[in-house]
Write a protein that binds this ligand. Structure first.
Ligand code: UD1
Ligand code: CA
Length: 462
């Protein structure tokens, strides 16, 4: 049996009070609609159609070719939205799952359960429902005396008795594809909002003698429809809890899950420990036995095994096994730190490869550089990579020693095993095993300090 997916994402989301279209608001770093397309992909839909309208270009731009699209030029309701998919899916035979782009927490397991129920019971439709202590804003599920689902009533159309019903429509459904599009033709807009409601299809199919079943989830998060920023924060918290739980069950220690923020795309090896204030984003991959945090942000970076990162920011960086970073380091795009290397406090590295065992322990900037292995870069030493117009490369050979407060004015090369004396400003290449000193010679005037004090004091009283 083929399974198709339709995701409703054409609404503006007025209640968000935002210039950003609702379904593009991120939950744990990823736009809501992206979570839904991921779930459909996990389920394995043969085709997925996203209904776009408000912000169509932005939504398409974000999702790209992971879905097909149907345009709903005017937002006349959820039923009208689904009708726009008829040109794409109308001829297909199979089951069509419909979800909203603002319900990021639905899971593939639940969708599978719904499809299974649909097949077992030969139903015309299965809808996801949940019991909410505060059902306000949701469509209510109205059942007949024998418990069968009869219809759905929207908040704005509810009588007081209907409003008291706590079982709500989660906005996720399975339909027989052909029956869905046939029933949609019968939907009218005679309701409080003068919209074509998808939810009316439930009553229509019932009237045609089809079985319409409810699939109730105990996890109300799955039914959470994000209409405003309060619900957005709830969705964020739920999603975060799920991601953290999965990481913990995979062997990661999270000292305080409430204060650890991991995006779905991040991979973390077992026995790694995350301290509070750790934020892991993008395609970050972290090996095993690492210690990350506290207060560390890692974006789209690769960390080997046994890496330590404290109080630091890493962006598109690579860090080798057993290396240590921080406290207070900043690794920018193209930073590639070798195994066993040490990047200490207040060090910034950009577009630079550092070999195994190299140490940059304090207060340095290394940008646009190739640094060998076992190099020691002293406190305050920097590469001078920019002349105001262009960036230039610095090369530093293996086993060399760069003294404190050295300026390496690029383009410049320091040979293997060379020794650059502290305080030097290096403007030309230094050969292998050479020593370079480029600073003024020191002058000492014996006993002059006392004389100086007398002179200065006199000057002050005049
Ligand atoms: C809808 C359901 C309600 C359910 C709730 C669950 C209807 C009529 N009501 O209400 O029963 O409890 O979801 O979250 O279906 N959209 C379009 N085009 C439109 C209108 C909406 O694409 O013309 C999209 C929106 O972008 C959104 C989704 O459909 O992603 C749901 O629309 P929304 O206005 O949020 O519906 P609810 O009032 O939440
Ligand atoms: Ca909604």
């Amino acid at each position: 049996m083929n399974i198709y997916g339709i995701i409703l994402a054409a609404g503006q989301g007025k209640r968000m009070k935002s210039k950003l279209y609702k379904v593009l608001h991120p939950v744990c770093g990823q736009p809501m609609v992206g979570h839904v397309t991921d779930t459909f992909a996990e389920l394995g839909t043969a085709r997925t159609v996203v209904i776009v309208g408000h912000g169509a270009e932005a939504v398409k731009g974000y999702l790209g070719d992971c879905a097909e699209y149907a345009l709903q030029a005017e937002q006349l309701g959820t039923g009208h939205a689904v009708m726009q998919a008829e040109a794409v899916l109308g001829e297909e035979e199979g089951i069509t799952i419909i979800a909203c782009g603002d319900t990021p927490l639905i899971t593939a397991e639940t969708l599978q359960g719904m499809v299974r129920l649909m097949q077992e019971k030969q139903a015309g439709a299965v809808m996801l429902t949940a019991r909410m202590s505060n059902p306000f804003g949701y469509g209510r599920v109205i059942r007949s005396d024998d418990g069968a689902v009869q219809r759905i009533v929207e908040q704005k159309d509810c009588s007081p008795e209907e409003a008291a019903v706590q079982e709500i429509n989660a906005g996720t459904y399975c339909f027989d594809n052909r029956k869905l599009f046939a029933a949609l033709k019968l939907v009218t807009n005679s309701n409080a909002q003068q919209e074509y409601y998808l939810t009316d299809v439930v009553g229509i199919l019932r009237g045609q003698g089809e079985a319409v079943l409810a699939y109730s989830t105990q996890d109300t998060a799955e039914a959470l429809g994000v209409n405003d920023r309060v619900a957005l924060a709830e969705a964020e918290q739920e999603m975060r809890a799920r991601i953290n739980r999965k990481a913990m069950l995979g062997g990661v220690t999270i000292i305080d899950p409430q204060q650890t923020y991991i995006e779905k795309t991040v991979q973390i090896g077992p026995d790694t420990v995350l301290y509070p204030g750790t934020i892991l984003k993008g395609d970050t991959v972290i090996g095993r036995d690492c210690v990350i945090g506290p207060n560390t942000e890692v974006t789209s970076s690769q960390l080997g095994d046994g890496v330590t990162v404290k109080q630091s920011v890493l962006l598109e960086a690579v860090v080798g096994n057993e290396a240590s970073v921080g406290p207070f380091a900043y690794l920018r795009p193209g930073a590639n730190i070798g195994a066993y290397a040490k990047i200490g406090d207040f060090v910034e590295i950009k577009n630079a490869t550092l070999g195994e065992g190299t140490k940059v322990s304090h207060l340095s900037y290394v940008g646009d550089a190739k640094v060998g292995s076992n190099v020691n870069i002293g406190c305050g030493a920097i590469t001078v990579n920019y002349d105001g117009f262009r960036k230039h490369m610095t090369e530093i050979g293996d086993d060399s020693f760069i003294g404190s407060n050295v300026n390496l004015v690029a383009p410049v090369k320091i040979g293997k095993g060379a020794f650059v004396v502290a305080g030097s400003t290096i403007t030309s290449d230094v050969g292998e095993n050479d020593m370079a000193v480029a600073r003024e010679r020191q002058v000492v005037k014996t006993g002059y300090a006392e004389e100086l004090r007398v002179r200065l004091k006199k000057g002050k009283s005049e």
